[in-house]
Write a protein that binds this ligand. Structure first.
Ligand code: FEO
Length: 392
């Protein structure tokens, strides 16, 4: 266990070897953060994935006999946080499981048990002795059941997925790791987990604007505790939730016989020559969750694919399906690619970018078989449109 504040301890699990979180690549692993509050009525805020249970239990036992826990707060039903509640209740069968109304529904569907639930709503408080815990429902950040718990006397917010990062480390505080690293991971986390719910994030930010926050203890990754770091992550969340972008271009493509790649490379060189910030990703080498992480700060997404059996390549199909779910709105898209005998497959490329919330910058450029120098030269028109858009 690790002390977070007076009588508040981290009792979570570091998942060093996690490399995929339901499709989100996690080269740095993750953590599932459970927090133990020792007071007259001891509380555990969230648990860990089922395979981290023993480690969590060991940490709890360093501080308290687990049978003494009176409340297990489930801020979020998803099993990375609630997966060990059932086993923990075998020690403290009379403990109340505190959750939102949707949390109760979700936990019953997952565990098929009628635990001793204590259902709370926004603004409800729970006195646990010297402290009061206050609850804020945060639907869709990340599931309909999600809520935050706030320790009033400690000024500590436990917002579950919000402000989290998939990052395994020995350290528990963002400032111990280096703020640039943690912000980069938080951006990837936001892009891949939270991005579709900008409106709900703004509502959650409105709620927490009126409370004093000395630390944010998310349920993944590192704790934010320095004032400047707290200000930074809250203002970034506001920016991301408003779908504000930077001025960069992301080129993402896959290719069969290098023709689409030549188009992608030409676009990259032309943009670079104009000093327009541009990033360049082949889906053969880059995971879709890493591309999405770059799109969070991009104004324009250029997506290119070859045509295979009248369809775009499967890797591009996966990227587009993912993007349509995450909806990086307020951006512009441009489509390109090489085809053999029919262009029909490019319609899916165009429609998917639109469905992902992007406006098409220009008509797509599709080249038969292998591009020649004149056709590649013709891509300069697109660069002019990009310049005009970025300088507008
Ligand atoms: Fe970390 Fe939505 O669970």
């Amino acid at each position: 266990m690790i002390k977070i504040a007076e009588n508040i301890f981290w009792t979570g699990y570091v998942d060093w070897n996690l490399r995929s979180f339901h499709g989100y690549s996690t080269p740095s692993g993750s953590t599932y953060n459970a927090y133990l509050i020792l007071d007259e009525h001891p509380v555990l805020i969230d648990t860990v994935k089922h395979y981290g249970y023993n480690e969590m239990l060991q940490r709890i036992k360093e501080a308290i006999d687990p049978s003494k826990i009176e409340y297990i707060i489930s801020n979020h039903t998803e099993m990375d946080h609630s997966g060990s509640i059932d086993k923990l209740l075998s020690f403290c069968p009379n403990a109340q499981v505190v959750c939102s109304p949707k949390g109760e529904e979700g936990l019953k569907r997952h565990f098929k048990k009628n635990w001793n639930f204590k259902v709370v709503n926004s603004g409800d408080t729970l006195n646990i002795g010297r402290r009061n815990l206050k609850f804020f429902l945060m639907p869709m950040v990340h599931w309909p059941d999600s809520m935050a718990t706030y320790s009033v006397e400690d000024n500590i917010l436990f917002p579950n997925d919000a402000f989290g990062q998939h990052y395994a480390s020995c350290e528990r505080f963002a400032d111990e790791v280096g703020i640039d690293i943690v912000v980069k991971e938080a951006a990837k986390y936001y892009a891949n987990i939270v991005m579709p719910y900008g409106g709900q994030v703004l509502k959650a930010l409105d709620v927490i604007r009126d409370i004093k926050i000395g630390a944010i203890c998310p349920s993944h990754g590192l704790i934010w505790r320095r004032k400047e770091d707290l200000d930074k992550i809250v203002s970034l969340y506001k920016k991301w939730a408003n779908y504000e972008t930077g001025n960069s271009v992301v080129i993402v493509y896959d290719t069969m016989w290098h023709s689409t790649e030549r188009m992608a490379q030409t676009l990259y060189e032309l943009l670079d020559k104009e000093n327009i910030p541009v990033k360049f990703f082949s889906l053969q080498n880059t995971h879709i969750s890493d591309v999405i992480a770059e799109i969070i700060s991009a104004k324009i997404v250029m997506a290119g694919s070859s045509i295979l059996n009248n369809k775009i390549l499967p890797s591009m199909g996966a990227f587009l399906t993912y993007s349509k779910g995450l909806k990086p709105k307020n951006r512009y898209g441009f489509t390109f690619g090489s085809y053999g005998w029919a262009k029909i497959g490019f319609k899916e490329l165009e429609d998917s970018l639109k469905e992902a919330g992007m406006e098409l910058l220009a008509e797509g450029r599709y080249i038969n078989y292998v591009p020649d120098d004149i056709e590649l030269e013709g891509l300069k028109d697109i660069i002019v449109k990009v310049k005009n858009l970025l300088s507008a």
